[in-house]
Write a protein that binds this ligand. Structure first.
Ligand code: AMP
Length: 826
């Protein structure tokens, strides 16, 4: 009896130890069953069985102790267990095996290295680095590891892991994304170190390059200039005969960091935030066209801040001009003049670029830039050269021997690239430069004379007008309109009315795209097949005339990829028409507020739309020649092209300011209730912060999928701003997010929450509290901490103007879609 009870106590203790202690090793006499885990020494990582998302399949994986749904490595990625009867063991030969309920091995590790013939004491151990290793005994020397999970990465690169190759193990380590968040099987994206030419990191989609962080320039990957020395981690790029790899190491061991290649092919770095118990995106991910590999084809550069984004390099012309002019860039460019080879070709310098694809390059560490140039000139097939290493003023030589593909103009960082062109092209460019230099004085004198003449003419016209006005004559008679307009130098194609009538089938109803504040918009097709959108100013809309002229003059001067492009206008027979590029996906409101279409806009798209609108607005406020306040920014005034790029439209209500003017009062309240800030709706006070407020409303609408109108919930009626504010102060902003987004694969919670935060900062009641658009753009793309927002301008059916804000409360109508134009007496 005594023996039996002793046995019982012993087995109880054993099972207690098994489940409650934190084992980090197993030997052949032990195993891990579903429900049990191995925990690394400090508890940072755990290994066990899991099911991703709502999947029922079981996998063996490693995850973070603080965040058990963040899996960093999976053993049986391709063959899941169908039930919870799996067992993980280490064999006497030091091999990890995963057995299913029939005792069949569905996954096993192969020994990477053999440590002699006989393995005496095989042990599997989960290290505090997240590395699962098999050793002979408890040997912690990495050289003696028989196998390690770090040699077989899944989708995550942890500190100390390597991406790349080394000759000792013969292994080439690379990341492979999951198929989907519910399926860890190998997906279509992988992150590899391409060793051809100068090694470069590329993201592959199947066997095609999707994106290219690029080659290493001593400081960072050429396409990722923000990866610089920082207090969180240091990194290393090793390139020699024995190894080519990249890895990073933590500088402070208390932080948790991970880099993951997600199932959409986006590489994202995260840091664990203990305060919020969530992962914070470390590097902002900006998806723009220029990040698509070879977006502009060969011998062209991609610049996200230009419109169009693609441009042939100097001395090159589009290979397929028709395609190029229709924005099909992938055909790229070809030389305008063939190279003379040894007869005096030269080089054009490009500053601050992401270097082209280096898979057909050659490099030498010891040469300097001059020697590099000479070597390139000597070889007819050499297309370009650059420094290999940009540190200490630059060193080494990198030469290209194939078409230059994937050259991107960077907004920060980047390096100098010297591109070979024919001597005659250089002459041409040089001549132009010399011409300008030589005739600079003459040009300056001529310009001064011309300016004086123009000023004199302007003065004469002004004096004449004043005289006419004094005499009571109305210089702006309707009949004079056409003549007046001809005098305006609009540099804009003037279309014939017949052309536009034919294109729109005489403004047929079935071509009508929509109705704006000042008239209808029709779809049209010009004879050459080009699709257009025609805004027809209502004939009887007297007040629309000014807006029409305003819009023509304004838009004609503006060029930005996030502003809709004006192709021309037509003023004939009482018709006043604006001809725009046609936007295939119409307006944003038709997506975000439509139950089924909103599903087409996943978070990645919405985030890129928010960024695009912010950049367009920033251009209007700060980067265009005039400071322009849109005054009617709303979802229906954001149009989407066929790539879902957002473009702000409808400048009819825009008000220009001089460069140094920031605020004004207006006696015409125009815009759309729901998007108007209190100081504008109440007192006609207008500034760039008017648009910032509208942007904030729009941002919250995009995130929530709800219009800013009264939403009544359990007897309480609040508009979207009030609702967002309530959730914010109750610390549950997540409840604002469109349900469909939360379920979507691409939803990055920290990004969405940041957008809500920025949205609330933009709609604060006092204009001076709202950020300007340059801060907004920065806030959206960085992870710096943000100030706390104060109460929004309109939170309920009524405004929340303070006590000192006479004249009293303003009712906020629930309709927010229609642009209103209220004329007040001057
Ligand atoms: P607006 O007068 O600019 O507010 O335009 C009214 C509606 O016409 C918009 O909400 C769009 O649905 C449509 N629309 C305006 N411009 C375009 C365009 N360039 N391409 C396609 N649809 C347009």
């Amino acid at each position: 009896m005594k023996v039996l009870s002793a046995l019982f106590v012993y087995s109880f203790l054993l099972s207690f130890l098994r489940t409650s202690s934190t084992l980090d090793t197993i030997t052949p006499s032990q195993s891990i069953r579903d429900g049990e885990t191995l925990v690394s020494a400090s508890g940072r990582y755990e290994l066990g069985f899991f099911s991703p998302g709502s999947s029922k399949s079981r996998y063996v994986g490693i995850w973070f102790g603080v965040s058990n749904d963040t899996v960093v490595w999976v053993a049986n990625r391709e063959i899941p267990l169908k039930n919870r009867l799996g067992v993980l063991k280490v064999t006497n030969r030091g091999i990890l095996v995963l057995l299913d309920s029939t005792n069949t091995s569905i996954w096993s590790s192969n020994i990477s290295r053999t440590a002699g013939n006989k393995i005496n004491n095989p042990t599997a151990q989960l290290l505090d680095s997240g590395n699962l290793v098999v050793t002979d005994g408890n040997n912690s020397d990495p050289k003696s590891f028989l196998w390690q999970s770090f040699d077989h990465p899944s989708d995550t690169l942890l500190p100390d892991m390597k991406i790349g190759w080394d000759s000792a193990s013969g292994l080439d380590r690379y990341l492979t994304a999951w198929k989907s968040p519910e399926d860890p099987a190998q997906g279509e994206f992988s992150g590899v170190l391409d060793r051809r030419g100068l090694p470069q990191v590329v993201c592959m989609q199947g066997d095609k390059i999707k994106g290219r962080p690029g080659s290493w320039n001593g400081l960072y990957f050429t396409g990722k200039p923000w990866l610089r020395p920082n207090p969180l981690f240091k990194y290393e790029f090793v390139l020699n005969e024995k190894a080519v790899y990249y890895n990073y190491k933590l500088l402070n061991n208390s932080i948790l960091l991970r880099y993951v290649l997600n199932s959409l092919g986006n590489g994202l770095a995260y840091r664990w935030m203990a305060r919020t118990q969530s992962w914070d995106l470390l590097t902002s991910y900006q998806s723009d066209e220029c990040q698509n590999y070879g977006h502009c084809g060969a011998y062209a550069s991609c610049n996200i801040n230009e419109s169009p984004v693609c441009a042939c390099l100097k001395g090159f012309i589009p290979k397929f001009p028709k395609d190029w002019n229709s924005a099909y860039w992938s055909g790229g460019c070809v030389r305008g003049t063939p190279l003379g080879c040894n007869n005096g070709d030269g080089f054009l310098k490009y500053k601050g670029v992401k270097l082209p694809d280096t898979s057909s390059s050659w490099f030498d560490r010891n040469m300097n830039l001059k020697e590099c140039e000479e070597l390139c000139l000597k070889n007819c097939s050499c297309r370009a050269y650059a420094n290999l290493d940009i540190r200490n003023g630059g060193s080494g030589c990198l030469l290209w021997f194939a078409d230059l593909v994937d050259l991107v103009v960077l907004q920060m960082g980047g390096q100098d690239l010297y591109i070979r062109v024919a001597a005659s092209e250089l002459d041409h460019i040089e001549k132009n430069r010399h011409f300008v230099q030589k005739y600079q004085v003459i040009i300056i004198v001529c310009s001064a004379i011309l300016l004086t003449v123009m000023l004199a003419l302007g003065l004469v016209t002004y004096v004449r007008r004043m005289k006419l006005r004094k005499e009571g004559m109305n210089i702006r008679r309707q009949n004079d309109y056409n003549n007046e307009d001809k005098k305006e130098d609009m540099e804009l194609p003037i279309f014939d009315l017949i052309t536009i009538s034919n294109a729109t089938d005489n403004f047929a109803n079935n071509n009508k795209l929509g109705e704006g504040g000042f008239g209808s918009v029709y779809k049209g097709t010009l004879l050459r097949g080009q699709e257009i959108a025609v805004k027809r100013l209502s004939k009887n809309s007297g007040q629309g005339l000014n807006e029409f002229k305003n819009e023509v003059i304004l838009i004609a001067k503006l060029q930005h990829r996030n502003l809709v492009k004006l192709l021309g206008c037509c003023i004939q027979e009482q018709e006043k028409l604006l001809i725009y590029e046609y936007m295939h996906n119409k307006s944003l409101d038709s997506f975000i507020f439509d139950q089924s279409k909103s599903r087409l806009l996943d978070w990645r798209m919405r985030h890129s739309i928010i960024g695009g609108i912010a950049r367009g607005l920033l251009y209007l406020h700060e980067d265009s020649r005039l400071r322009i306040i849109h005054r009617d920014l709303k979802a229906s005034n954001v149009l989407l092209d066929n790539n879902m790029n957002p473009k702000i439209s409808d400048f009819g209500l825009a008000k220009t300011f001089g460069r140094d003017q920031t605020e004004a009062d207006t006696n015409r309240i125009v815009g759309t209730y729901g998007y108007m800030p209190p100081e504008y709706a109440g007192y006609g006070q207008i500034s760039v912060k008017t648009d910032v407020f509208s942007f904030g409303v729009l941002l919250l609408e995009i995130v929530s999928g709800k219009k800013n109108k009264e939403l009544c919930n359990s007897g309480q009626c609040l508009n979207l701003l009030g609702h967002a504010w309530k959730l914010w102060i109750e610390d549950k902003p997540m409840e604002l997010i469109d349900e469909f987004l939360v379920l979507g694969d691409s939803c990055i919670l920290s990004e969405v929450l940041r957008c809500i935060h920025v949205g609330l900062l933009c709609v604060q009641q006092r204009p001076e509290d709202r950020p300007n658009m340059s801060s907004v753009v920065l806030m959206l793309s960085s992870d710096n901490s943000l100030p706390n927002p104060r109460q929004p301008g309109f939170v309920a059916g009524k405004t929340s103007l303070g006590e000192d804000s006479s004249p009293g409360n303003l009712e906020m109508p629930s309709i927010n879609e229609v642009t209103i134009t209220v004329l007040e007496a001057r």
